[in-house]
Write a protein that binds this ligand. Structure first.
Ligand code: NAP
Length: 294
């Protein structure tokens, strides 16, 4: 890609985790000419993605050795730490790992420490905005790390950000995401309960949802998931099992502060029940199933 004198060089970027969020984010990097190599736990997914875009598919961490930056968007804390341990052995000094997964503050700090001993930078950069935000390249990104690392990450983050907020040192991005998930939990509880009530009252969704959206009750979840949940469509989106994982992380954080966690506790219990009933892979809007009282 041609660079003008003023434009910083596009970092050679690798991407690990090509799920609902990661795949569209990696596509934005490709559109900017920054994506060189991808990996995913299920190898066939990475192979199909790489061959469609004409980038390399990694068979091991060694294949990321020539990257300036590697971004992760995997599932759990253990997935982040496993990838970071492998990358720490192969990335060059001065390279950077960006983690977009939602994990604990402690995991972010452990990842940063594992990389720092090898002279590799790290930022925790969880995202909000859903798959729609990822596809549109309009995510809100909450970043923790030192100033130099954030500046190194910026050209990558700009490929899919509506907003990049430097929240503080390592872990501050994940702390911010915890707060975000308390709000998401409460909104999901309220919208699913409200729409279950609307069904029982026989209200017409075509008139109900735009009416609610036009007033003080309007919100992202109602807008993006209201109509689909009323049609019993629960394709993720955001998997209920991931929501439960997030809420358990937030509960740990919140417990230490002594705040009253009524909303968080109810949402955690509800998503645990939903996952137990076999709906872990369904979108979080499947919570309406419980609210219907069946
Ligand atoms: P997803 O659709 O389940 O995708 C996760 C991807 O990561 C899958 O492709 C999975 O591979 C891959 N993966 C998991 N462990 C891996 C490992 N150890 N090594 C390599 N690849 C691995 O989940 P998602 O919705 O994209 O979410 C990803 C992360 O972002 C989660 O932490 C989630 O909480 C967070 N998040 C999600 C949303 C949302 O709206 N969906 C919004 C904000 C944040 P397989 O193909 O084998 O499953």
């Amino acid at each position: 890609m041609t660079q003008s004198i003023d434009t910083p060089p596009t970092p050679r970027t690798g991407f690990i985790g090509l799920g609902a969020m990661g795949a569209p984010m990696a596509r934005h990097l490709h559109a900017r000419g920054a994506l060189v190599v991808v990996a995913n736990r299920t190898q066939s997914k990475a192979e199909a993605f790489a061959s469609e875009l004409g980038v390399r598919v990694a068979r091991s961490a060694d294949n990321f050795a020539d990257c300036d930056v590697v971004a992760l968007c995997v599932s759990l804390d253990a997935d982040v730490l496993e990838n970071v341990a492998a990358l720490a052995k192969v990335l060059k000094r001065g390279a950077l790992v960006i983690d977009h997964s939602t994990v604990s503050v402690q995991t972010a700090r452990r990842a940063a420490a594992m990389l720092a001993v090898e002279g590799i930078g790290f930022v925790d950069a969880p995202v909000s905005g859903g798959v729609e935000g990822a596809r549109a390249g309009r995510l809100s990104i909450m970043v923790g790390g030192d100033e130099a690392a954030i500046e190194q990450a910026r050209p990558v983050l700009e490929a899919y950000a509506a907003r990049i907020a430097h929240m503080g040192d390592t872990g501050a991005g994940q702390a911010t995401k915890s707060v975000n998930q308390v709000l998401v939990a409460g909104i999901n509880e309220a919208v699913c309960e409200g729409l279950a009530l609307a069904e029982k009252l026989g209200l017409d969704p075509e008139r109900l949802i735009p009416t609610l959206m036009a007033g003080a009750a309007g919100n992202w979840f109602l807008d993006k998931r209201g109509a689909t949940m009323l049609r019993d469509e629960f394709t993720p989106g955001f998997k209920s099992a991931h929501m439960l994982k997030d809420l358990r992380i937030v509960q740990q954080v919140a417990r230490e502060t002594g705040i009253r966690t009524t909303v968080l506790d109810q949402a955690t219990a509800d998503y645990a029940e939903l996952v137990e009933r076999g709906h872990g892979d369904a979108d979080t809007s499947a919570l309406i199933r419980l609210k219907r009282g069946a």
